[in-house]
Design a protein around this ligand. Structure first.
Ligand SMILES: Cc1ncc(COP(=O)(O)O)c(C=O)c1O
Length: 470
């Protein structure tokens, strides 16, 4: 027993020197085993066979093969990850934007232990521990750093659920309005309502249309004025055709799945003024963009703080959330979930927020922007050196993309697979054209990591140039 005078047993447990000793032992072991994972390595032939069996089992259990033959071994080192086949790869997709500190980070281990020391694995609407409150308050503070006025925060376990809650709040507040305005090419998640909102017909194949959605054309950076005018004209048409029928305008500040096309402050302002005047609520979906631009939320980077009525957050925060104005608090029990997050995801999410700040990710000259500039200039150099093979860069901050060759699905898919085989993990986005996207872990990516990624891309470019000339 210690002579800790904390009034709560839980605090005495946390302050117990044995906990600190156990943490120190675990982090020393992790450091030792993870440090050698610092470059691309090929698979081990024996493990490759075992891994093939695992993949077959996964395919059988899941009913479909995974996109990559990716089964992690359970350890990594920053953006480097060891797979079950013994290979080491440079992970520049991070579970599609989730692993903001890469793999096996000491801070994540430390926070996950704190989470494991909570009395329950999961927290929910009926039973919340102190870190849930801290998480809600931290997200609200971050979101209101400018002149937004978001008063409430509801945690959830997926970006889709965060968006579902956002739509429910908006429909309830604006009842009987029954329509949503969104952008062409948008992606909101995989629930039934969000499949209706997402502008991808194949994602709602065979599903009933659950909500009514009207689409505006998105910003075209190569044609700012005309694309802004086209969106404003379409908006006015919709407002005239369906007066009072729109509950919300739902938007990603940076089109993610749609191809890493950033919106623009003037473009958004031109839409948001008439939207606000019509009493329609604005929902910014920051599930992918949170933590990746010059501000925690991309709407802040665009100076749109005062227009936001509801925002959704996910991925890098490890637990998802819907933040909304106080006056939108529903007057009926339409919001509730058994799980709001696991104790470990809430603890690691809080630590992630600390790390994004400590590693100075934000600001016009912050880490995200500096890494973006370096990555973007390298992609630009490659585009000049290999004309016709890649175009770019596209995106903003730590959301970077390039268009391979003719931008067809076949070309982009083939590229992503070749890069994977060469040791760089990235993924597709867009559709017209298809692009290759990178979501490097913001809080730990260095210029050296970016240079390693560029060297792998160049190696694949060279081998495809050689194949083409044979
Ligand atoms: C912008 C956006 N919103 C919502 C989602 C859905 O998040 P989740 O997959 O956690 O449900 C995603 C996922 O990629 C996304 O990019």
């Amino acid at each position: 027993m210690t002579d800790d005078n904390s009034r709560l047993s839980a605090d005495r447990l946390r302050n117990d020197p044995r906990v600190a000793q156990a943490k120190a032992l675990l982090s020393a072991a992790l450091r030792e085993h993870s440090a050698p994972l610092n470059e691309v390595r090929p698979a081990d032939p024996q493990l490759e066979k075992e891994c093939a069996t695992l993949l077959d089992r996964l395919t059988e259990a899941r009913g479909a093969a995974p996109y990559f033959p990716y089964i992690a071994s359970g350890i990594g080192n920053g953006p480097w990850v060891e797979l079950a086949d013994g290979s080491v790869k440079l992970d520049f997709i991070g579970g599609i934007g989730v692993h903001g500190l890469g793999h096996s980070h000491m801070q994540m281990l430390d926070a996950a232990i704190d989470g494991a020391l909570e009395d329950t694995v999961m927290q929910g609407n009926l039973q919340q521990n102190r870190p849930s409150i801290a998480m809600c308050e931290r997200l609200l503070d971050l979101a209101n750093a400018g002149d937004s006025d978001l008063g409430h925060c509801l945690l959830s376990t997926s970006g889709a659920m965060a968006n579902e809650n956002a739509l429910k709040i908006a429909f309830h507040a604006r009842r009987p309005a029954d329509r949503i305005i969104a952008f062409t090419n948008c992606f909101a998640g995989r629930s039934l309502a969000l499949a209706a909102l997402t502008d991808r017909p194949s994602y709602r194949s065979g599903l009933p249309e659950t909500i009514l959605v009207d689409y505006l054309p998105f910003y075209d950076p190569s044609n700012p004025q005309q694309s802004t005018q086209a969106a404003v004209d379409r908006l006015h048409e919709l407002l005239t055709r369906y007066p009072g029928r729109h509950a919300a305008f739902w938007a990603e500040p940076i089109a993610g799945e749609g191809g890493y096309v950033p919106g623009d402050p003037d473009f958004f302002q031109a839409l948001l003024k008439p939207i606000r005047a019509a009493g329609i609520l604005t929902i910014f979906d920051e599930v992918q963009s949170f933590g990746r631009t010059t501000a925690p939320l991309a709407y802040q980077a665009f100076g749109l703080d005062r227009y936001v009525d509801i925002t959704t957050i996910g991925k890098i925060t490890q637990v998802c959330a819907t933040l909304y104005r106080k006056q939108l608090q529903p007057t009926a029990p339409i919001l509730s979930q058994t799980f709001t997050g696991s104790s470990a995801s809430i603890a690691t999410g809080l630590r992630m927020l600390d790390q994004l700040a400590d590693q100075e990710c934000f600001g016009v000259d912050g880490r995200n922007q500096r890494n973006h500039n370096h990555f973007a200039s390298c992609v630009q150099t490659l585009a000049q050196r290999y004309p016709g093979q890649i175009q770019g860069p596209y995106g903003k901050g730590m959301m970077i993309a390039m268009t391979p060759g003719d931008g067809s699905y076949e070309t982009a898919n083939c590229w992503v697979r070749e890069l994977y085989a060469a040791g760089l993990i990235c993924f597709l986005c867009g559709g017209n054209p298809y692009r290759i996207r990178f979501l490097p872990p913001p809080a730990i990516t260095t210029t050296e990591h970016i240079d390693s990624a560029i060297a792998i891309i160049e190696q694949v470019l060279q081998s495809s140039s050689t194949k083409a000339s044979e």
